[in-house]
Design a protein around this ligand. Structure first.
Ligand code: GLU
Length: 492
């Protein structure tokens, strides 16, 4: 696909927050638009009033922005082909639906919900395929006029040809043939005056001059209806590309809520970086020609080609995502990683909001100590809590006591350490190391037996970054206070 200036739309329905599958679609939309120097359009398909979620649009916009997928036309951006909310385009859909009625390609249907329910029951009882029985397809113009004049509620249905086939083309999968017998006379305009997805989507894709429709595989079933509509209107259909479904990490069935996070917002709250998520989504169903694994959005737009998208279902491997996240965390300069971690630390009450400059500088100093250790931004609080808290809870006695030793013996070691550190004026890593090794030598202890209880005393845990770095970062006052606290625990 070497076109210039592709116009590609992402058309979410605001029936929920942005799903990871939607993010993948938006990413490919964006990439194709950027690669071809075209436009990425955001269109909100808010025609299902029953499933409308009020803050979904805000979530979708915020999530796309967070991922770095900026749109050229759509809500907030404006554009020549707006409005970009389908609920604001109702008059258009009415006009085109009426046009099809006038051309005898669609018809009014006055069937009541009760009649339709009865019809379905009968179909079920007789084991017949479900679908509208075309009861109103043969109403005469006079009958239609009369019912309309009486104010009878109606829908407009498409007059699907009774025989023959429709060929729907997918750029990756080729031609797909659908027998008309398997399609019913689907609704175009609902009785509440809103269009169905099929009608609105086709009209808007045409009027907005969309050249490529990229969407999930679950929409393949809609494509014969869309091709029928293009034909009925006499319009040229865009290129269709259906992306493969995501399989759960265990490879069993579709990815769903029970496998953990599925919303972009959830991944963000868990501490994934947008660049990691984008890179992961990019490589889930697309393989670069070379062996490059890390891509910025711009590099991806350069390298990505729609032809290399894999159509078989893809395994949503969280391990791989975590790996990418770790890689991107390690690549960030400390100042920037500190910025990204700040909201997590604030949420956990470890830093104030707003964060004063001295505390920010302290955070930047701490970052290199843990940068290699965290895979998610949300892990920062656990990794840094003992640095950011003025005091820590007294560690458990069992944790403090040296291997094969007693509480008394450990207290003795920590007392010698305290005395040695009290007299230390230079609290740098090298001075600390020298001093503590000297303490071990003077006690005739292996260094490890001296270092471990210090580590537990100052951090409350047995695994920390390098001890001397930790002590230097904590500073003399807090180290001594925590050593004394540990001694009290050991002597209780
Ligand atoms: N509104 C549909 C959705 O929510 C869009 C499908 C399409 O891209 O045609 O996914």
């Amino acid at each position: 696909m070497k076109e210039r200036g592709a116009r590609v739309r992402f058309a979410p329905s605001p029936t929920g927050y942005l799903h990871i599958g939607g993010a993948r679609t938006a990413l490919y939309d964006w990439l194709l638009a950027r690669k071809t120097g075209g436009q990425f359009i955001l269109r909100i398909e808010d025609t299902d009033r029953n499933r409308y979620v009020p803050d979904a649009v805000d979530d979708i916009k915020a999530s796309l922005r967070w991922l770095g997928l900026d749109w050229d036309e759509g809500p907030d951006a404006g554009g020549e082909y707006g409005p970009y909310f389908q609920s604001e385009r109702l008059a258009l859909y009415h006009r085109y639906a009426e046009e099809l009625v006038a051309a005898d390609k669609a018809y009014y249907c006055f069937c009541t919900p009760e009649r339709l329910a009865e019809m379905r029951e009968e179909q079920e009882a007789r084991n017949q395929p479900s679908g509208y029985d075309r009861h109103c397809r043969s109403l005469t113009p006079a009958e239609v006029e009369k019912l309309k004049a009486e104010g009878t509620p109606y829908v407009i249905r498409f007059k699907t040809p009774l025989t023959g086939q429709t060929r729907a083309v997918d750029a990756l999968r080729g031609e797909m043939v659908f027998d008309h017998e398997t399609l019913d006379d689907f609704v175009l305009l609902k009785s509440d005056g809103f269009p169905t997805y099929h009608l609105a989507c086709v009209i808007d894709d045409h009027l907005m001059k969309i050249t490529h429709v990229i969407r999930g595989e679950e929409w393949i079933v809609s494509s014969p209806r869309h091709f029928l509509l293009y034909q009925a209107f006499g319009w040229e259909p865009p290129v269709f590309i259906h992306l493969p479904i995501f399989l759960a990490p265990d490879g069993k069935g579709k990815l769903s809520k029970r496998h953990g996070a599925t919303g972009v917002r959830e991944f963000r709250e868990k501490g994934y970086l947008p660049e990691a998520l984008v890179n992961f989504l990019l490589l889930l169903g697309w393989h670069p020609a070379g062996d490059q694994e890390l891509f910025t959005l711009e590099e991806a737009a350069e390298a990505c080609s729609v032809e290399r998208i894999n159509v078989s279902p893809v395994n949503f491997s969280l391990e791989k995502l975590d790996w990418f996240n770790g890689v991107y965390i390690r690549k960030l300069p400390p100042e920037e990683l500190a910025e990204r971690c700040l909201p997590f630390l604030q949420k956990d009450g470890l830093l104030p909001d707003p964060c004063p400059p001295e505390q920010m500088s302290y955070l930047i100093k701490l970052i290199p100590l843990v940068q290699e250790r965290i895979k998610l931004l949300s892990e920062i609080s656990a990794a840094l809590s003992y640095f950011l808290q003025a005091e820590i809870a007294p560690p458990a006695k069992e944790l403090l006591i040296v291997k094969k030793g007693t509480a008394e013996e450990t207290a003795g070691i920590l007392k010698a350490v305290t005395a040695a550190l009290e007299s230390l004026s230079d609290f740098s890593e090298t001075a600390l190391e020298e001093q503590l090794r000297a303490v071990a030598a003077s006690l005739n202890e292996k260094p490890g037996r001296v270092f471990m209880p210090i580590r537990v005393a100052v951090s409350g845990t047995t695994t920390t970054p390098g001890l001397f770095e930790v002590l230097a970062a904590l500073g003399k006052e807090r180290v001594l206070q925590r050593l004394r606290q540990a001694i009290t625990v050991l002597e209780e």
